[in-house]
Design a protein. Structure first.
Length: 88
């Protein structure tokens, strides 16, 4: 899993039928200290995350392991909303 920050929502009215009803979020990867990296992904939101929230996301075959994304054409999924991080 990777740390990220939700920076926006992606709207696609024309898409594969298997993606109907899924919320697509634009997520920017971040470091443990919260520093934003340049890399961004579009991820299916399986947990109800909102813009500005820090999240964990999975990519590749792991992205198709949630109930929502099982056997769907998905390469990234938000799997958790981060409440707190303790970094030494």
């Amino acid at each position: 899993m990777t740390l990220g920050k939700v920076i926006g929502t992606v709207w696609a009215t024309r898409k594969d039928e298997q993606l109907t009803g899924m919320k697509l979020q634009l997520v920017r990867e971040i470091d443990a200290d919260g520093t934003e990296k340049s890399r961004m992904v579009v991820a299916v939101d399986s947990v109800g995350a909102g813009v500005g929230e820090i999240v964990l996301f999975a990519q590749g075959s792991s992205a198709r392991q949630t109930e929502l994304t099982k056997n769907k054409p998905v390469d990234a999924v938000i799997t958790a909303i981060v409440d707190k991080m303790d970094v030494e």
